[in-house]
Design a protein around this ligand. Structure first.
Ligand SMILES: NC(=O)c1ccc[n+]([C@@H]2O[C@H](COP(=O)([O-])OP(=O)(O)OC[C@H]3O[C@@H](n4cnc5c(N)ncnc54)[C@H](OP(=O)(O)O)[C@@H]3O)[C@@H](O)[C@H]2O)c1
Length: 278
């Protein structure tokens, strides 16, 4: 099934059917932050056994497992992405983008079925695309020229230990580079640096290491989590968070939960949204 049809909204009660389309546009995260107090949200799809990425069948690195990726989750990804001022991605994703191996993170202009999502952004007077931001120690990635089209900016946060030659090369390619840590980028310095550049609504679409960096500094406000009702197995995989123990753990309070039986040939998925305990 595609991204039409309904989901069963289970929480908060009362349970009711509602259209999938618009589910996350209605959250209107733009009301929740501004550059002086940025709002940071992230989004993952995960298998029932906790995999967010597996080795690609082509042998080319890791990717979202094809057996859980689906158009209904992708639509919700788009609904979240268009609400952002800036999308946090990863060096790996920028390499894949430059090599033409992955699609644009914001795909709304390419598909008629996303017209309402495009309109949502247009009606708010926003530029067509959010900008991109990335954190990196190695700075070993190119900037695909199309990421700088339509007035978009690419912001790179790195460390004092980073290679100055690579830093300059990225600047010459059009990126704006700033330091946000000594050996590692610190999550709070990263977000402060983005806020200082005027970004108030920050969507992290990066993977488990960036997620860890942001969680470790307590700067994630909201987690959108699609749990695909499939177990995948496999010895090599990426989990939702990757890095050292997070102290006593980071508590996230469930704020909404929907059951979507339209995905994955009827196996379905749970669409949850969690907010950070304050
Ligand atoms: N299922 C899902 O919803 C989902 C969502 C996102 C990603 N994924 C998948 O997960 C896999 C891994 O994701 P990813 O590589 O995009 O993201 P990632 O693992 O979060 O990012 C890794 C890179 O981010 C940089 N980094 C992270 N923390 C840093 C810090 N504190 N300081 C400096 N640099 C830091 C490093 O870049 P450098 O190496 O350049 O130093 C590191 O290699 C991919 O296959 C992706 O497709 C799945």
């Amino acid at each position: 099934m595609t991204s039409g049809g309904s989901v069963l909204a289970l929480y908060p009660p009362p349970a009711q059917e509602r259209p999938l389309a618009g589910l996350y546009l209605d959250h209107d995260v733009r009301r929740l932050g501004h550059a002086r107090a940025p709002f940071v949200y992230t989004n993952f799809i995960v298998s029932l056994d906790g995999r967010i990425a597996l080795p690609r069948p082509s042998g080319n690195g890791m990717g979202v497992p094809r057996s859980i990726a689906n158009p209904r989750d992708w639509r919700l990804f788009q609904e979240l992405a268009v609400q952002a001022d800036v999308i946090v991605t990863s060096s790996g994703h920028l390499r894949e983008t430059a090599a033409g191996r992955v699609r644009e993170l914001v795909e709304v202009y390419d598909k008629a079925e996303f017209r309402d999502i495009t309109d949502w952004r247009g009606e708010r007077g926003l530029s067509p695309y959010p900008d991109y931001a990335v954190m990196s120690r190695d700075l070993d990635f190119p900037i695909a020229p199309r990421l700088l089209s339509d007035g978009r900016r690419v912001i790179v946060a790195t460390t004092a230990a980073a290679d100055p030659v690579r830093m300059r090369a990225l600047e010459e390619a059009g990126a704006e580079v700033f330091l946000a840590g000594e050996e590692d980028v610190a999550g709070s310095r990263f977000i402060d640096g983005l806020a200082g550049r005027g970004y108030g609504i920050i969507y992290s679409a990066a993977g488990p290491r960036v997620h860890h960096t942001l969680l470790a500094d307590g700067v994630i406000d909201r987690l959108y989590l699609t749990t695909a009702n499939r177990l995948l197995g496999g010895e090599v995989y990426d989990p939702l968070v990757s890095g050292s123990l997070l102290g006593g753990g980071v508590s996230m309070t469930p704020a909404s939960l929907c059951l979507d039986l339209g995905a994955l040939d009827g196996a379905g998925q749970l669409l949850a949204m969690y907010e950070r305990d304050t």
